[in-house]
Write a protein of this length. Structure first.
Length: 218
């Protein structure tokens, strides 16, 4: 008599906390983009990430926190990758301006791609019953600002007379506002898309340059 073998159940490879975090953020971004803040559920996000909802809440204390991190964690990751690609080799005023132009261009693109998510976050912050702590309290955004301030202190545009922690926030706010409220600020016929982008870049770089100590550039 032929012996029937019991079906074997493949064991799932143990995943690191970093892998689970990445899966959660990817799943969250997809769900929030598809259904908005109100329509997306933590249960659906957990299923998409192939974890339990209880596990999800070990990483994020609330749906609002997960929503915020799904927007700004990729921004901080992008910044780190940009630094690895560009912040090495030749240094000098012209090189620093070139690097800054590239980054501000990429920042504008990132914000444009996530604009609807950011608007939804603002609405959630204002009206959601569970509330949020405000943009300044978002962990990944705060980390992003800290990384930016460190680069300004010992990298392109080092030698600022103003506090780098303030400069990096003001520069980010200028780009964020101009991209998010582009339709309000730049009516049809005022300027082309490329002219608007270049004006934003020039504004931020000129602001950074005006805050430099001339002695640091000699």
């Amino acid at each position: 008599m032929r012996q029937v073998k019991e079906p074997t159940v493949a064991r799932r490879k143990r995943r690191s906390p970093e892998e689970i975090m990445d899966l959660l953020l990817q799943a969250a971004e997809g769900e929030f983009k598809k259904y908005g803040y109100s329509g997306a559920t933590t249960a659906a996000i957990a299923r998409e990430a192939d974890i339990t909802e209880a596990q999800l809440f070990r990483y994020f204390s609330s749906k609002a926190e997960l929503f915020q991190e799904s927007i700004f964690k990729p921004l901080d990751r992008h910044f780190a990758e940009f630094n690895a690609r560009h912040l090495h080799g030749a240094r000098g005023a012209q090189s620093d301006r070139r690097i800054a132009r590239i980054y501000i261009t990429e920042l504008q693109q990132f914000i444009a791609e996530h604009c609807e998510m950011i608007r939804s976050m603002v609405v959630a912050q204002s009206y959601a019953s569970e509330g949020t702590n405000g943009v300044a309290e978002i962990g990944s955004l705060r980390t992003y600002f800290d990384h930016g301030a460190a680069i300004l202190s010992d990298g392109p545009f080092r030698g600022l007379t103003a506090d780098p922690r303030l400069v990096v926030r003001v520069s980010f706010a200028a780009v964020l506002a101009n991209v998010m409220f582009k339709d309000w600020l730049f009516p049809n016929g005022l300027a082309s898309e490329s002219e608007i982008r270049e004006s934003i870049i020039d504004f931020v770089i000129d602001g950074l340059s005006s805050s430099l100590d001339p002695k640091s550039q000699t």
